[in-house]
Design a protein around this ligand. Sequence first.
Ligand SMILES: Nc1ncnc2c1ncn2[C@@H]1O[C@H](COP(=O)(O)OP(=O)(O)OP(=O)(O)O)[C@@H](O)[C@H]1O
Ligand SMILES: [Mg+2]
Length: 483
Amino acid sequence: METRILIIDDDPFICRQLEELFRAQQYVVSTAHEATAGLARLAEAEHSVVFVDLKLPGCDGLELTRQIRERWPDLDVIMVTGFASIRGAVEAIKLGASDYITKPFQNEDILLSTEKVLEKRRLIDEINYLRGQLADRYSFANMVSRNPRMHEIFSQIESLGQSDATVLIMGESGTGKELCARGVHFQGRRRTGKFVAINCAAFPDTLLESELFGFDRGAFTGAVHDRVGKIEYASGGTLFLDEIEAISLNMQLKLLRVLEERELERLGSNRRIKVDIRVIAATNEHLEELVAKGRIREDFYYRINVVPVHIPPLRERIEDVPLLVAEFFRNSQHSRERDISRISNRALAQLMSYHWPGNVRELGNVLERSILRCGGTVLRDVDLPTAQNPGVSRTGAEVRLGLDYEVPLKEFLRRAERDYLGNLLKRYRGGISNSARHALVDAATLHRKMKSYGLRRETFRGSNTRVADRLEDADSDRQTAGA
Ligand SMILES: Nc1ncnc2c1ncn2[C@@H]1O[C@H](COP(=O)(O)OP(=O)(O)OP(=O)(O)O)[C@@H](O)[C@H]1O
Ligand SMILES: [Mg+2]
């Protein structure tokens, strides 16, 4: 956008001088010889800077400055004064002028002052723009991200809200699968209906069935009154089936019927009830593999996997860490209570060099614990728990593995496996067949595991490794060769 400058001065020589000067700088310039004409010009078009002469016919420059600031608070005013009226200039600054210039002036003084004011405006514009982006582009349905793949997911969520297609959300634990499912519901046309979530892994088979389908009184001992199941309850809204890999083959078949017919029978009843549900399922397993192993019915899999959404793990979008930290500070009651809203560069660097097997959820837990340990108002690296802060002394194994006894067993084992594979790949410089042979697994399995842990063989090839690592590699190669 062009930069418009207005000069309000009754001296035609000064007007001409400034006009020529600014035109040469590619600014759009106009002039006015008295206050009313000046105000009219400002009302006609949006200006960036206005030069106001302190002594104008029929109007005092100070009064004009006051009026301009009142009507266009974002406009920068530069006061032009004679030597005698420094006091007036000070007054003008108090009234909100950005700068003042004394006559006679050098062209450089004028340009310098103008540039300074314009630079400040650019910064303010940029901050506003970034703020806007933060609100619009980096955040969607309570999710924040600056990663292009995540932004694709945001738009996917947005359009999915307008349909009733079944969605399968895949991603490691803590990547935001539930948040995403809620996004589809609450940003979509079913938002006025209920969002009903059920964690399929939390119930043994028979209980899951009565949870989902409900029952009529007398269906089984203990069924003393009728009960509406989750599926029926979700009618008109969205049913979120979390951890679907845990559903038994038998239950998959029963669910399949509901998905196909949009009808169900409560336990102990043969009355068919129509349901109007949108289904979103989530899993952190590779369902194709479970199909191959016979743990997931193929027909069920295809019925569920209509629109797949893959949420990338945090380590593949590590640039999100600062944004997530900021978001966490904003939402955490503890950080507000303790007035902690900043993090040191070192602590942030530590968080960005960690591989986050537990993803965003783990980051949240780490920040929560760190805040409780933090003495000041800035979160520092020493406040971080040991696994995320290699600088603090621990036993060797803990440092290497980032052992964290707070996580579930499954997570703990995943971390150990990732570390093991990382070590192998480093030793064989990304060599798949050597690494696979060493680990006694086939190459396909190794590939799959690498993919799931975000390990890329290029990372382990010669050119990217540091010299120290290469020496270490060479050492271990010799040892392997000797063994
Ligand atoms: N992009 C994001 N922006 C802000 N917060 C996020 C984001 N992704 C996840 N979170 C937060 O991380 C936590 C985990 O998210 P969520 O429960 O949706 O993950 P999940 O994939 O369902 O995890 P699990 O597999 O363990 O059930 C929640 O507290 C959620 O608010
Ligand atoms: Mg979840």
